[in-house]
Design a protein around this ligand. Structure first.
Ligand SMILES: O=c1ccn([C@@H]2O[C@@H]3COP(=O)(O)O[C@H]3[C@H]2O)c(=O)[nH]1
Ligand SMILES: [Zn+2]
Ligand SMILES: [Zn+2]
Length: 254
């Protein structure tokens, strides 16, 4: 089984050169979208995908760069493609996603009154590995981002750590590499300033070489090109490139 990755975007919340940090994981037979931000619809369109090409969507946390495209996804799937998309989400996020983000736009009395009217919701719990689509399994890890707001990073196919937006957690990264056989780390990265709600480049550079050499950077600012030398040997994921995932390496398609 081959696993591929194509980032719909690799930008931070305010990036304009780069779209929202949303990831398409592709097995031989299925596509999983991780996060569906405001720019996901235009990015999918530019890549030649329709919403109905997705087998499931998984949400890490509730910020617009991660959920802002869900209203269009819900409406297109209902009114154009006539089916409910599968939505994987931590059980603690279901009610806030509907009540605080989606209901204002999607609610229609007597027609769409609950999140279940537009999505086939599949709740996730941390600590349990689930095959979410054929060939792609996910385990949730609660990771700190904004005080009082839940956010969940992912462990994909029992060897890829995919960070949600999160503050620096070296213990988790070291533990995954040393004890869980983690071979690849796709990590959000704040290139400048203090990492109050994100992980800074300097923090990631402080990790041991055994962890650093498995790491690729994502969720970065529009200043990436001018700041890329400061990342040293840490590579940046490129939006829209398709990578084949080979154990601890990403092989870009020509
Ligand atoms: O306490 C806070 C809350 C938010 N923010 C900014 O708002 C953005 C929301 O999306 P994000 O999580 O990708 O990134 C966040 C930051 O850029 C912040 O700097 N400090
Ligand atoms: Zn974000
Ligand atoms: Zn966030």
């Amino acid at each position: 089984m081959t696993l591929k990755l194509q980032m719909l975007g690799t930008g931070d919340a305010f990036a304009k050169t780069y779209y929202n940090n949303n990831a398409l994981f592709m097995s031989d037979t299925a596509r999983l979208l991780v996060d569906c931000g405001t720019t996901a619809p235009i990015s999918l369109h530019q890549l030649g995908y329709s919403f109905q090409d997705l087998d499931a969507v998984l949400i890490t946390h509730i910020h617009a760069d991660h959920v802002g495209g869900l209203e269009e996804l819900a409406f297109q799937m209902r009114f154009v493609h006539q089916r409910r998309p599968v939505l994987y989400i931590a059980e603690t996020l279901i009610q806030p996603l509907w009540e605080h983000t989606l209901k204002g736009g999607i609610f229609q009395q007597g027609i769409i009154e609950s999140i279940n009217d537009v999505f086939e919701v599949r709740p996730l719990k941390p600590g349990k590995t689930i095959e979410v689509v054929p060939g792609i399994s996910v385990e949730l890890f609660p990771t700190r981002h904004i005080p009082g707001k839940d956010s969940y990073s992912l462990y994909v196919n029992e060897h890829i750590f995919y960070s949600a937006d999160m503050t620096f957690n070296p213990e988790l990264l070291n533990q995954l590499v040393d004890q869980r056989g983690c071979s690849l780390i796709l990590h959000e990265c704040q290139l400048q300033g203090r990492g109050e709600v994100h992980t800074t480049l300097d923090e990631l550079k402080s990790l041991p070489e055994s962890v650093r050499r498995r790491m690729y950077l994502m969720h970065y600012s529009d200043r990436m090109e001018e700041l890329r030398e400061s990342a040293g040997d840490l590579p940046f994921l490129r939006q829209h490139a398709t990578y084949t995932i080979m154990d601890d390496q990403l092989i870009p398609e020509p």
